[in-house]
Design a protein around this ligand. Structure first.
Ligand code: ATP
Ligand code: MG
Ligand code: FE
Length: 340
């Protein structure tokens, strides 16, 4: 039976329905990018208010698209964290209301577990165990995944997340927010090799990352009155440095764990150069490589519906337990059976 999921952790309001037998039944999404663009970043209070305005319409549309009613559901999942607390509370409250009214189990989902399991929405799906590279606006994580809720952190960013580095670098070059996709587009016309930026922390062992220095290197390289071509060349150099750094660490993680597959998820997973670079690596290693479709790399409710379904399928979570949390380390998650 289908699980309804709501995602409101940041600046996307989304709803989706996932069924174990029939797969993803529907998903709807509204992005607040235009709302926050003039501020150059997400304004938390505006985000919460807009989630309230949109959430009911989006969840009704998801139900209508799947020709389902509340009485057809087997559970309601929502993103409980990490994220903006006021924004999270909107999805949590609506999900709790539906669960209470229809006597359904309420499933609190970790946003990064959602990102991590997003490749499960594709065909073919990856098989456990695998290495996951999670590259989003707020996280850069390398995780060994043995199953749902069986996560070992291999490495993480000690400062900026990759998406954040993309966004800050794009902002320095005068590109609109969120800058990642704009910077990637600019890099298309850039000359490779004109700017060579550092590959941070690749010259020593370990799987941690650091991206804040790269941003400074770009700022130093950016000439006053830079031409469009200068900017494109710098964007290309930045993208090369980031993708090579990520690829080097993925290679090490595959070697260290002995896992035969790599999955990449989170917004930066939509980056074409990163996808191509990791495809080379996987081919060289004879490893499987799995991505969500680009629309499921960035925030969406389909991944939350899948994660909620996966947890409900293995153990019925306690009904009516409502919580939200701004911070929630992924390693604290436990497999579904342990949670029962
Ligand atoms: P988190 O999941 O850590 O809470 P988030 O939900 O804000 O953060 P996502 O929605 O997963 O992050 O991803 C958004 C990030 O992905 C932004 O930083 C954006 O610039 C970046 N991004 C999206 N598309 C691309 C692309 N093609 N190239 C590079 N970066 C991209
Ligand atoms: Mg977003
Ligand atoms: Fe996200």
């Amino acid at each position: 039976m289908p699980v309804l999921a709501l995602e409101t952790s940041c600046d996307e309001t989304a709803a989706a329905l996932y069924d174990g037998e029939r797969g993803l039944l529907s998903h709807t999404l509204h992005s607040q990018i235009a709302l926050h663009a003039q501020y150059g970043g997400v304004v938390p209070e505006l985000a919460s208010r807009d989630h309230i305005r949109r959430v009911n319409g989006l969840l009704r549309e998801a139900l209508a698209q799947a020709s389902l009613r509340f009485s057809d559901l087997s559970g309601v999942a929502y993103t409980a964290g990490p994220g903006l607390i006021g924004a999270l509370m909107v999805g949590a409250s609506v999900a709790a209301g539906i669960a209470l009214a229809h006597d359904l189990p309420l499933i609190a989902v970790h946003h990064m577990e959602g990102h991590l399991l997003a490749p499960m929405l594709e065909d073919p799906k990856p098989k456990f165990p695998f290495v996951a590279l999670l590259v989003s606006g707020g996280h850069t994580l390398l995780v060994s995944v043995e199953g749902v809720g069986r996560y070992t952190l291999l490495g993480e960013s000690l400062d900026d997340a990759v998406g954040e580095a993309f966004d800050k670098t794009a902002k320095m070059m005068g590109l609109p927010y969120p800058g990642g996709p704009h910077l990637a587009r600019l890099a298309e016309g850039g000359a490779p090799g004109r700017f060579k930026f550092p590959r941070p922390m690749t010259d020593r062992p370990g799987l941690d990352f650091s991206f804040s220095g790269l941003k400074t290197a770009v700022l130093t390289a950016l000439p006053a009155g830079a031409s469009e071509q200068d900017k494109a060349d710098i964007a290309r150099g930045f993208e090369e440095a980031v993708t090579e750094t990520l690829a080097i660490k993925c290679d090490r993680a595959l070697q260290q764990t002995g896992h035969a597959a790599l999955i990449v998820a989170g917004g930066v997973g939509a980056n074409q150069r990163l996808r191509a670079r990791l495809a080379d690596l996987a081919e060289r290693r004879g490893a499987g490589l799995f991505f969500p479709r680009p629309a499921f790399c960035t925030d969406n409710a389909a991944m939350i519906a899948y994660a909620g379904w996966a947890r409900l399928a293995e153990a019925r979570p306690a009904s009516g337990k409502l919580f939200t949390t701004a911070r929630w380390p992924l390693e604290l998650l436990r497999p579904p059976m342990a949670a029962a």
